[in-house]
Design a protein around this ligand. Structure first.
Ligand code: NYM
Length: 212
């Protein structure tokens, strides 16, 4: 009987403050996995390619103004519109390396003063990551790296608040990697974490949903 289930891919999320090095590490990680013969795709939120994503992008670049609750729900909707594709890919055996997810959603909106439980509610039912790697860097160090663009939220005082909310959100699925290290050292640690995680998912670790 063809009852043997295909092994699934892993849902890997990278989180961290702006300028923590997430995007370069996501790129490196996806290439590493491909090099190992693991089917992998690089994803990011916000996904600015959709209609909702374009509204988010206009908001972030200050081209449009939106109420704090409204933009929060748009960020969430942007994840919901990708949920079924995400599940299909994972079940087909593709590992997803995702640059930001629900934790960004809750940390950034809570930092504005919205109630954290209210912020978490629309994320309930999205796929839970198999691992969240938090690239830890102090807000001051991140700011020194420069390259804060002109986007909303890219200000030291605000990033400090975001860092506090990330701490509140930290759970068992999180691994914290010190992002003050060299790019290569961070990369190596990420590779170890992710290799274990991909193996567990292959062995049949079930997919779950937020917040678990
Ligand atoms: N951001 C990102 C949120 O406020 N809520 C979310 O749900 C997500 C995914 O958008 N400063 C914020 C964090 C970033 C900004 O992200 C754009 P990026 O990674 O710079 O494109």
């Amino acid at each position: 009987e063809g009852d043997k289930k295909e092994s699934r891919g892993a849902l890997i999320v990278l989180e961290g403050l702006d300028r923590s090095g997430k995007t370069s590490q996501c790129n490196r990680l996806a290439s590493f996995l491909e090099g190992q013969g693991t089917s992998a795709e690089l994803w990011r939120f916000p996904d600015r390619t959709t209609n909702v994503g374009q509204m988010i992008s206009a908001y972030l670049s200050n081209t449009s103004q939106l109420d704090d609750h409204t933009i929060h729900l748009l960020f969430s909707a942007n994840r919901w519109e990708k949920r079924s594709l995400m599940e299909t890919k994972l079940k087909a055996g593709t590992t997803l390396v995702v640059d930001r997810y629900s934790y960004s959603g809750v940390a950034f909106s809570s930092a504005k003063g919205l109630d954290i439980e209210w912020c978490k509610a629309p994320e309930i039912g999205l796929l839970a990551p198999d691992v969240v790697v938090y690239l830890g860097i102090s807000p001051e160090k991140a700011a020194e790296r420069g390259g804060y663009g002109g986007e909303r939220y890219e200000k030291l005082e605000f990033q400090k608040k975001v860092a506090d909310y990330y701490k509140v959100l930290r759970d068992d699925t999180w691994k914290v990697v010190d992002a003050n290290q060299s790019i290569e050292d961070v990369e190596k640690q990420l590779q170890e974490i992710v290799t274990d995680c991909v193996a567990e998912c292959r062995k049949g670790k079930p997919l779950s949903t937020l917040w678990s």
